[in-house]
Design a protein around this ligand. Structure first.
Ligand code: COA
Ligand code: ZN
Length: 320
């Protein structure tokens, strides 16, 4: 018997790389995504079609999208902020566009340099264009669980933006905790309300681990019936236009926890750990992943030489 299916969506090459000072070479990005394609993800967010001035780290979006070897069964999605981005994405034959705007006015203006209403008007036009194709449309709502400049975000405000996009016929919405402000009971209440009001929408939760609550928030979302999560290899990630932002929930830690609890993620944890071990070489620094340092819980260690020579009761005494 297999456990309940949970869909894992990798965002390291978008949410992760967008925030790195060191440019990851196009060939290295392509090689990493090809490795990730063999890991068993439901979806991979490959890159973003944003202004190269705003996000220079992803200025090679077309080359990356054209260079990867796409596997059947994986949805290859890209982040898109405006019409120009949508045109670029469509010209690369993406499976899905992931449109982005913020629930808070301050973060939208900081990140996208326009008001929420201006963003919505542009995204409405994008949706009109993309709906004439077979490309799927997801909308990511940033700062849905707190804004680093405005503080708490009312649940009704989040549901209100979801309603406006649902009315335009998008297939999915991602609720993003952009700077790790969410906490479990808040997540549970928001997820339950969103599922009840929008049963037909494909819902994704996108947690950042800024304050160490990402896995706890994931459990709260699972309890509320969510079965789809964004996560980032190594725990990379962060919005360069959100003060204090740090990495997403770490994919290998998320998969490790879910598999221990009997969920079916479809993801090969050993392959993930091998891919994650390559990240420091690509970005020039260590990654937040605890699992990469500690290993899986049953990756056992040999007893240290001296301790293994004593009697068992003596060894216990020695280490106390
Ligand atoms: N792709 C490529 N170039 C784009 C573009 C896109 N999607 N959108 C705008 N541009 C270019 C314009 O052509 C223009 O180029 P020019 O200076 O050579 O003429 C320049 O960017 C500025 O265009 P403008 O429409 O005035 O945009 P802006 O400077 O107000 O920036 C966004 C608006 C949305 C394009 C920009 O803020 C952005 O890309 N933000 C993304 C932020 C992000 O990804 N954050 C992290 C993820 S949540
Ligand atoms: Zn994010």
């Amino acid at each position: 018997m297999t456990g309940k299916r949970v869909h894992i969506q990798e965002v390291a090459t978008r949410d992760g790389f967008q925030n790195e000072a060191q440019f990851v070479e196009t060939d290295a990005k392509i090689a990493l995504i090809d490795d990730l394609s063999a890991c068993g993800y439901a979806k991979i967010e490959v890159t973003s079609f944003t202004s190269p001035k705003a996000i220079p780290a992803l200025r090679d979006a077309e080359a990356v999208m054209h260079g990867i070897a796409r596997r059947k069964g994986i949805v290859y999605t890209v982040l898109v902020p405006n019409i120009r981005g949508a045109e670029r994405a469509l010209s690369c034959g993406v499976d899905e566009v992931n449109l982005v705007m913020s629930v808070s006015e301050s973060h939208n203006r900081t990140n996208l340099r326009m008001s929420r209403e201006q963003s919505f008007a542009q995204l409405r036009d994008v949706i009109g264009v993309v709906k004439q194709t077979s490309v799927a449309i997801n909308v990511s709502l940033s700062t849905a669980m707190g804004c680093p400049m405005e503080g708490d975000i009312a649940q009704e405000a989040v549901l209100g933006w979801m309603q406006r996009f649902a009315d335009l016929g998008v297939h999915g919405v991602t609720l993003c905790d952009t700077t790790g402000m969410a906490f479990p009971s808040q997540v549970g209440a928001l997820c339950a309300a969103a599922r009840k009001r929008f049963p037909a929408l494909e819902l994704t939760l996108h947690f950042h681990n800024t304050r160490g609550m990402a896995l706890a928030n994931t459990l709260a979302a699972l309890d509320a019936g969510i079965d789809r999560f964004d996560a980032s290899l190594g725990g990379l990630g962060g919005c360069p236009y959100a003060p204090g932002a740090t990495g997403n929930v770490c994919t290998e830690e998320l998969v490790h926890m879910l598999e221990l609890d009997g969920y079916d993620t479809g993801v090969d944890l050993s392959a993930l750990l091998s891919a994650s071990a390559l990240l420091p070489g690509l970005i020039g620094h260590d990654v937040p992943s605890q699992l990469l340092k500690a290993g899986r819980r049953l990756d056992l260690h040999a007893m240290p030489g001296a301790a293994s020579e004593g009697r068992p009761e003596q060894r216990a005494f020695d280490i106390n």
